[in-house]
Design a protein around this ligand. Sequence first.
Ligand code: HDE
Length: 708
Amino acid sequence: MKKNPQTSQVAGTDSLDKQNINEKNKQLDLNRSDASEQALTTNHGVKIADNQNSLKSSVRGSTLLEDFILREKITHFDHERIPERIVHARGVGAHGYFEAYPGNEKFTKAGFLTNTSVQTPIFVRFSTVQGPRGSADTVRDIRGFAIKFYTQEGNFDLVGNNAPVFFIQDGIKFPDFVHAVKPEPHTEIPTGASAHDTFWDFVSLVPESAHAVMWAMSDRAIPRNLRSIQGFGVHTFRLIDANNKAVFVKFHWTPKQGCAQLVWDEAQKLAGKDPDFHRRDLYEAIEAGNYPEWELGIQVIAEADEMKFDFDLLDPTKLIPEELVPVTPIGKFVLNRNIDNFFAETEQVAFCPGHIVPGIDFTNDPLLQARLFSYTDTQLSRLGGPNFHQIPINKPVCPFHNNQRDGIHQHTIHRGQAAYQPNSIDNNWPAETPAAAENGGFESYQERIDGHKIRQRSESFSDHFSQARLYFQSLAPHEQKHVVDAYVFELSKVERVHIREREVLEVLCNIDLDLAQQVADQLGIKIPANAQKNKQASVQTSAKLSLEAFNPEDIKAKKIAVLVHDDVNQSNIDAIQAWAKAEGAVAEILTPKPAPVLNTDKAEVPSDGMQKAEPSIAYDAVIIVDGDNYDVAIQDGVTKHYLLEAYKHLKPIVFLGDKSQLLDDLNLVKDEGTLADQDFSAVKDHFKKLIRLHRIWAREAAAEAIPA
Ligand code: HDE
């Protein structure tokens, strides 16, 4: 993963005003330390003559306490770790920019959403929820998708997930939910998995979790890479225009790259063979100039329509079907620069849903309300004190001044005698800004509140099952099958039979009897004849809930494994490489050993990696190239396993020339995704279409016969 110096600069920003981006870069530059050609010193600037030996009383004598160089080095090392995030500990980040589309003034006065001539710098952090910092990327889990917008009016943090709904309705249940899903306290098992008793105990007792659990059991929770996930703000927010008129909104972000998922066997294998699979993919795509891009959109609901749905807008376990309220695109964002240092940027970035700017406001969603407190509070212990906003990755690009002073790790040297307000010594500076739109002072939306103090859940939050069914019924048949498989897999890991039964009989039966029956049959659970069907949602299916609605237009950055052996046909290799280059895809020549192979003219074909070390699970499609070498290929267990595994994982495979015989010799059932021809050029268009569609779903039954 060598860094390309060209892409470490911001690219793709030519057309627009770069002022904002440059400001953030300048700010980060001030804090970057590049030590090449610099002397090694202590933290206080003393040049070090010997960094290999501590100071001793004689060559074989005891170490001296006076060795301030040794003590400083060891002391710093002893304190290198900070607490990892309680949830979302495993993450990966990148820099980029946001551009607003024209016409958003009708919704909001927020400058970064209305000024189309500015590129607003952003930092994005993707994460899994359950696993610790060192856990695997490809586990079954919801993905966090947090965006920090460094706007001219302050930082706006949109801290979302790749599912539009959450597991609980009220923040007071969050510690319970997290304790249940995290590794169990007596063993600290399992890492990066929800397939264990405490998770299923909790969710089977808390039916409001039914909808989000369905998302977690679906293919959404095993994304192929992070470039191909959607993002959702989950809660309903408010946008406020220049006349202080408010609308309700749900935020959506949709990948231009399309959506794509792993198959479960592949996800599990990747967790072992390349636990950094998603991290590596994002880094390499950005280094190669394949900048991932998302469109930011909103579902807009007029204040007068707040009560018109058969669910409550304040309930975070509900989505708004796009058939009822379409998504209006309001801008796009691009990730185009990798981090320089994981700790300084990705680990120290501090998001908070409470970071909003004029033109955006909260609603009374009780989950959101608890989040507003939690995130800043957690940074006090993670980042060690109240000045974490001064850490370069968290610092706003706009000026910020107030009378907050001192505290651990204060970096600013505040000038002046008056650190209070009102003051006459400094003319009352820093001064308040009146709230009118043209001035820019923040003003909370003046929502009318009239009620009794009460600990109670609104009756309008009480339907927990109809949207879970809406989601299940909106999935394509292969996606539904994966949901069934996921419930069976997870519940098979639950040791207590009563928990399995409760989930099937009291949750799944209420969602969809057909789903419940399929899971029950495999677990050996009997469903009583009088099992209830729950009420249906007003919308029965919603097209944009299936991943099938998000196929990409092209095959940019898709990875193709090209299997070769000695005496390979060079002309097909040339055709493959020219085609991949033209399509922006990545074709890698994989050889039996790291050394080059020879083509039929005895010229060397360089290796991009060896088949044993670059498994099929890391690629989107496979080609095996022809040559005078069938006997070698059919004897090569690694190559045979490669093809069988790619077939099992439903990938398009091209068998060139003599290699078409492998289809019979490996007992593979021919289908739309097994292409055989003499000439790569003859199959390339069909191959491209299959890669774009990502998997050969029709092969699933045949693939079950292939050993994992
Ligand atoms: Fe979080 N969440 N959360 N969460 N969350 C954290 O903040 C919390 C919730 C989400 O990349 C923590 O800095 C509470 C919903 C993301 O740094 C913590 C509640 C959604 C990230 C916290 C929720 C999220 C976090 C852990 C219920 C989707 C990673 C460390 C009231 C809309 C951000 C930290 C990053 C992180 C609390 C519910 C998304 C403990 C109390 C709903 C993407 O403060």
